[in-house]
Design a protein around this ligand. Structure first.
Ligand code: MF3
Ligand code: CO
Ligand code: CO
Length: 275
C-alpha cells in the first residue's frame, strides 16, 4: 500500500485517516512543551517510587502534576481508561491499571504518562526500581533503554521505519530477550494514536520513509523470556505469556532535516535507573 503523507499547519483539522502527518515549527514548539511536561512528571516520580507506595498514589501525583502544568492526562477517559497514567509491574508488559497495588522491594515498574498540553500529546515512559532489584532485572532494563536509544539513532530522513524496528530487534535478541509485537509505537501530535505504527522489530529498508516533520513514539517492550502476550480479564493489562519480567521505555520524537529531536528528554538527566 502507498504511504500517504499530509503536511499540516495549526489551522488544519486533523483526522485519523491513515495519513502520516508532517508538521511545521508550531508543531515542534507544541510537542516540545508537552514533551517537557511529560519528562518533568517522570522526573518528579523518581523519589516516590519506593516499597510501600501504591500505584494509585502514583496516579494521583501524575494527575495533579499534569493539571498543575495546565494539561490534562490524555489517558483519562481514553476508550474507558479511568486513570492518569499506566503502571506496569514486573511481568506486566503495558497498560497496567493504577489502584491499590502496593510496590514491594525488588519490583520493577514502568510508568507511562501522556499530558495533553495546548492540543499536543507528550507521551513517555520509563522504568523505575523499587528498593533492591535483582541483577537480571536491572540488565533487562539497561538493554531495553539501549533498544530505545538504538532505535532513535535510526530516526532520520531517508531511513525507513523498518530500520528502527530491525535495530531494536537485533539488540534485544543479542541478549536472547523477546520483542513484543502486539503493541507498537505510534504517530502522535494533535492526535494521541495516529499513523504510522512503529513496530519494534522488522527488516531494514522496509516500511514508510522517514521525512522531516513526522512525529512518533518509539516504545519497545522487551521480555526477559519469550515475546508472547496475554491479556488479563480487565481488558487492559497485558502480561508476558510466560510470566517473565518485561521492561519498556518510551520517547516522543520529531524527525528534523538531519536527524531527530527527542521531545521527552529528562531535564534532570534521569534517563534510566538507578535514579
Ligand atoms: N501511553 C500509552 C502509549 O504509549 C497509551 C496508554 S492508553 C491507556 O501509547 F488507555 F492505556 F492509558
Ligand atoms: Co505511546
Ligand atoms: Co505511552
Amino acid at each position: 500500500m502507498m504511504t500517504q503523507y499530509q503536511t499540516i499547519t495549526a489551522a488544519d483539522t486533523v483526522l485519523r485517516d491513515g495519513t502520516i502527518k508532517l508538521h511545521g515549527p508550531e508543531g515542534f514548539e507544541g510537542m516540545r512543551r508537552a514533551g517537557r511536561l511529560a519528562a518533568e512528571i517522570l522526573d518528579a516520580l523518581a523519589p516516590m517510587v519506593k516499597p510501600g507506595v501504591t500505584t494509585g498514589e502514583i496516579d494521583d501525583v501524575v494527575r495533579q502534576m499534569t493539571l498543575d502544568g495546565r494539561a490534562v492526562p490524555a489517558t483519562l477517559g481514553y476508550r474507558g481508561f479511568a486513570h492518569s497514567c499506566c503502571t506496569s509491574i514486573n511481568h506486566v508488559i503495558c497498560h497496567g491499571i493504577p489502584g491499590d497495588k502496593v510496590l514491594k522491594d525488588g519490583d520493577i515498574i514502568n510508568i507511562d504518562v501522556t499530558p495533553l498540553l495546548d492540543g499536543w500529546h507528550g507521551d513517555s515512559s520509563r522504568m523505575f526500581l523499587v528498593g533492591d532489584v535483582a541483577l537480571k532485572a536491572r540488565r533487562l532494563i539497561d538493554v531495553t533503554y539501549e533498544c530505545l536509544m538504538i532505535g532513535i539513532e535510526q530516526a532520520k530522513p531517508g531511513r525507513r521505519l523498518g530500520d528502527i524496528g530491525a535495530a531494536i530487534q537485533k539488540h534485544a535478541e543479542a541478549s536472547r530477550y523477546g520483542v513484543v509485537r502486539e503493541f507498537c509505537g505510534h504517530g502522535l501530535g494533535r492526535l494521541f494514536h495516529d499513523a504510522p505504527e512503529v513496530i519494534h522489530a522488522g527488516r531494514p529498508g522496509t516500511g514508510p520513509e522517514l521525512k522531516p516533520g513526522m512525529f512518533f513514539t518509539i516504545e519497545p517492550m522487551i521480555n526477559l523470556g519469550k515475546a508472547g502476550v496475554k491479556m488479563l480479564e480487565d481488558g487492559w493489562t497485558a502480561v508476558s505469556r510466560d510470566r517473565s519480567l518485561s521492561a519498556q521505555f518510551e520517547h516522543s520524537i520529531g524527525i528534523t532535516e538531519d536527524g531527530c529531536e527527542i521531545f521527552t528528554t529528562s531535564p534532570k538527566g534521569l534517563h534510566k535507573p538507578p535514579y
